[in-house]
Design a binder for this molecule. Structure first.
Ligand code: ZN
Length: 431
């Protein structure tokens, strides 16, 4: 028997070892050996993949924030297309959000089991966030499945299944505090969408500017709610995570709380609210911001102060996005790897930090200690980027079928547990 079932040779980037030329040997879907001595592999193998020196091999990306639409709205994304879009973008692990629309959002055990069953068609590894609502707080343990990473709560009226009613302030924040505490009892973190509706600026909403939507849902409405939630979590000693920070103030608040973490999306770093003058599809919650916040968040991600990128992949059909009041969100999974490559190629982000914010930190946050590093025993999940050349025209495997980013496709390969699942933008497995 050969020493390794698969050997991958080329230039690697690791969060600790930095960049090196070498190889990894894989057995049973895990890294069984590696070398960074700049020499080609000389032992025996069953199969070998050699990536030329214009490619960079990174641990597979781990995306903490993804929306699937099946069950309920599978005309815009189902588990099969979501898995394909993720694998296309080099994302080998996703954590999906609980909101599927009224009647389907994950707030009961039955709905959780149904989603787990449907998610079988997904070719990447997945974890799920279960939903918090007033009715399920005393039975959260029922949702404490091994695939459940933790619990997601919303501070705005949203999906009716996931809304905490706000009649009086005392009752509302009392309920949120109770939810944070109940989540803590399960041993898993809670994640909170933070926007305070009472701080929305109704006048700005009707100002007539193309970015009125952004000015209506003010930065203050986000960071004040972030402040309330991290303080609630501190008081009960719970781990809390703030997804998609759009205001740099939110990040400033979170970093003062050791039990709190946060993530930034691609879109809040890549787009300014002014872009909505040309592209109405960029409506999202929290909305795009102006120079100050967008640039600061981008810088904080680039130096690794914001510890992870959660894409908030939120697929909607173009017909829906061109309506008067479009649904919030943009797709991201297909473009993930090419966006990482652009950040490194431009020199804005080192490969080491890129690995930290896209793989190692999110994996640790999800308590997945078997990925994110190039080490023996780790899952053999890799995203291979072609760093040079002109790239290819971007395809989308997401069912929503469109791309908000002016970006070409530089994904060379995606490998999951030692199996190549995508090669130069095409799936190589039957799904
Ligand atoms: Zn989201």
């Amino acid at each position: 028997m050969a020493k390794y079932q698969l050997v991958i040779e080329g230039a690697f980037a690791d969060a600790i070892k930095g960049m090196f030329y070498g190889w990894v040997g894989i057995n049973g879907g895990k890294i069984a050996g590696f070398s960074h001595d700049s020499k080609p592999y000389s032992g025996d193998f069953e199969d070998i993949l050699v990536f030329d020196s214009e490619c960079l091999i990174l641990p597979g990306f781990v995306d903490t924030h993804v929306h699937c639409r099946e069950p309920g709205k599978d005309y815009k994304e189902d588990w099969r297309t979501l898995g394909l879009a993720a694998a296309h973008g080099g994302v080998t692990t996703i954590a999906t959000m609980p909101n599927y629309g009224e009647g389907n959002s994950i707030i009961t055990k039955e709905r959780l089991n149904r989603v787990i069953e449907l998610s079988d068609k997904c070719i990447v590894d997945k974890r799920l966030w279960a939903g918090l609502c007033p009715d399920n707080l005393d039975s959260l343990e029922e949702l404490n499945h091994p695939l459940v990473a933790g619990y997601k709560g919303f501070t705005t009226s949203f999906d009716p299944d996931l809304t905490f009613p706000r009649k009086t302030e005392k009752e509302f924040f009392g309920m949120l505090g109770y939810a944070v505490e109940k989540a803590k009892e399960t041993g898993k973190p809670s994640v909170w969408h933070c926007e305070d509706e009472t701080l929305f600026d109704e006048k700005a909403r009707n100002s007539g500017t193309p970015w009125a939507y952004s000015d209506w849902r003010t930065e203050e409405s986000e960071y004040r709610m972030v402040g309330r939630m991290v303080e609630i979590a501190r008081k009960c000693g719970a781990r809390i995570h703030i997804p998609h920070v759009s205001s740099s103030q939110s990040f400033e608040i979170v970093k003062g709380y050791p039990m709190a973490s946060c993530e930034a999306t691609w879109h809040h770093q890549e787009f300014l609210k002014y872009k909505m003058a040309h592209d109405r599809r960029l409506v999202m919650n929290p909305p795009l911001r102006g120079w100050a916040s967008a640039n600061k968040i981008r810088k904080m991600v680039n130096i690794g102060y914001i510890p992870m990128i959660g894409s908030d992949h939120a697929p909607h059909k173009l017909e829906e996005k061109s309506r008067e009041n479009p649904p919030a969100g943009v797709p991201a999974e297909d473009f993930f790897g090419s966006l990482v490559r652009e950040r490194m190629f431009s020199g804005e982000m080192t490969p080491e930090i890129a690995v930290r914010v896209t793989s190692l930190n999110p994996a640790r946050f999800l308590k997945l200690y078997d990925r994110g590093l190039l080490d023996a025993g780790m899952r053999a999940d890799f995203a291979v980027l072609r760093m040079y050349g002109n790239g290819r025209e971007m395809k989308t495997y997401s069912k929503c079928g469109w791309n908000p980013y002016p970006i070409r496709d530089y994904m060379e390969a995606t490998i999951i547990e030692g199996k190549v699942v995508f090669r130069v933008g095409e799936p190589v497995v039957d799904v």
